[in-house]
Write a protein that binds this ligand. Structure first.
Ligand SMILES: *[C@@H]1O[C@H](CO)[C@@H](O)[C@H](O)[C@H]1NC(C)=O
Ligand SMILES: *[C@@H]1O[C@H](CO)[C@@H](O)[C@H](O)[C@H]1NC(C)=O
Length: 377
């Protein structure tokens, strides 16, 4: 029996004080209403979290053709770089949203739908403006943040400035960026401009300092709960196994990059939090989350973490996933959907750790703890 039904049955029992019943009814309805109204959700970053913005752009970085989306509820490509749901979809469901936020460029994102949040992510982008230049027209981080300002003006016109600020302050934000600054910049060509300019350790320091500026701008724009993911184990994705694998294993050089970058990211987030005096930024150790199933795929129900489900060439790791590619039969058994992106089943494992992982995975705490904290505030 729900609380609501209990109150109704109390109301029908003759000896019960009717004013208490009415008070109880009001409280119960209030609880139902607040549970129905999930917090807003905003997403920034790259292809790991793009839900279709690039469909509206003249760019090669897109996932709006089959077999992308083959396991999505509609079985249609949507622009998500996944066979099915992506990380924002599953986090959105976990925080109780009936629908994940729409891509910011979607013409359907207007009116009340704006209040759910928005997804500003764009495949191919990085922390730096010069990352992903080969993809031409994509929404770089500073533009994603410009759009966030524009979004707030649009919502203000709808519900007023004060309620808009409240909506943004109470929202959950996800930022996933950084991998492309390595694979689609520093390591894109054998001798890239950035690799001539910087030794790897100095490049990592530069990335972290630029990332910090972007996150501080996000904070100034009102974000107060921000999940920040590190890079995955970039050297172990099928694309790198196929092109720079070391003795049949992960690329040592890209693994070195991830090993330098991820701890410094967490350290930067801790510094920013202590400067602000609140745990605004939460680091998700996506490298470790991936390594669990990469090093022991069978333990997580996968047949392989080395071969992409969709692709061609060694490890199915060369080039894009298209209708002409090899497509695996049982998609649930593959940790990687295409040469760079985890499969829906792998994404579920990653989000489970985001929700409930120990401090090894989530620093300073997991999303369940955050939700519990915020619901008490
Ligand atoms: C990226 O480009 C924008 C707009 O031109 C500029 O404001 C910003 O400073 C640039 N960022 C970096 C790191 O160069
Ligand atoms: C989340 O993190 C906290 C603190 O590290 C931990 O105690 C808890 O077991 C984790 N899982 C859940 C579901 O809260």
């Amino acid at each position: 029996m729900s609380g609501f039904q209990k109150i109704l049955s109390m109301a029908t029992s003759s000896h019960f004080n009717i004013s208490r019943v009415i008070l109880g009814l009001v409280l119960a309805l209030g609880a139902v209403a607040s549970r129905a109204e999930a917090r807003a959700f905003f997403v920034f970053g790259d292809s790991l979290v793009d839900s279709g913005n690039n469909n509206y752009l003249a760019t090669a970085a897109r996932a709006d053709a089959a077999p992308y989306g083959i396991d999505y509820p509609t079985h249609q490509p949507t622009g998500r770089f996944s066979n099915g749901l992506n990380i924002p979809d599953i986090i959105s469901a976990q925080i109780g949203q009936p629908q994940p936020p729409l891509p910011y460029l979607s013409p359907e994102l207007n009116g009340q739908k704006l209040l759910v949040g928005a997804n500003f992510a764009s495949a191919g982008i990085g922390i730096l403006n010069d990352t992903g230049i080969q993809f031409l027209n994509i929404i770089r981080m500073f533009t994603q943040l410009d759009y966030f300002e524009e979004y707030q003006r649009r919502v203000s016109a709808l519900i007023g400035a004060q309620k808009t600020l409240q909506l943004v302050n109470q929202a959950l934000v996800l930022v996933t960026v950084g991998g492309n600054d390595f694979v689609n910049n520093y390591y894109l060509v054998p001798v890239s401009a950035r690799s001539l300019q910087f030794q790897l350790p100095d490049y990592v320091k530069y990335l972290i300092s630029e990332y910090r500026k972007l996150l501080m701008r996000l904070y100034k724009l009102g974000a107060r709960r921000v999940l920040v993911t590190g890079t995955g184990p970039m050297g172990c994705v099928p694309a790198e196994l196929a092109t720079r694998g070391t003795n049949g294993g992960c690329s040592a050089e890209l693994q070195r990059a991830a090993a330098l970058y991820n701890p410094q990211l967490v350290q930067m987030l801790q510094e920013v939090n202590s400067k602000i005096g609140k745990n605004v930024f939460i680091g998700a150790n996506t490298q470790l989350m991936h390594m669990d199933f990469i090093s022991d795929p069978q333990a997580y129900g996968f047949k392989t973490s080395k071969i992409a489900c969709c692709g061609q060439g060694p490890n199915n790791g060369l080039g894009l996933c298209t209708e002409l590619s090899n497509l695996c039969r049982d998609r649930k058994q593959y940790a990687f959907w295409d040469n760079f992106h985890p499969s829906e089943n792998a994404v579920k494992i990653i989000v489970r750790q985001i929700m409930t992982g120990s401090t090894k995975y989530m620093n300073p705490m997991n999303l369940s703890s955050i939700i519990a904290l915020d619901s008490m505030a």
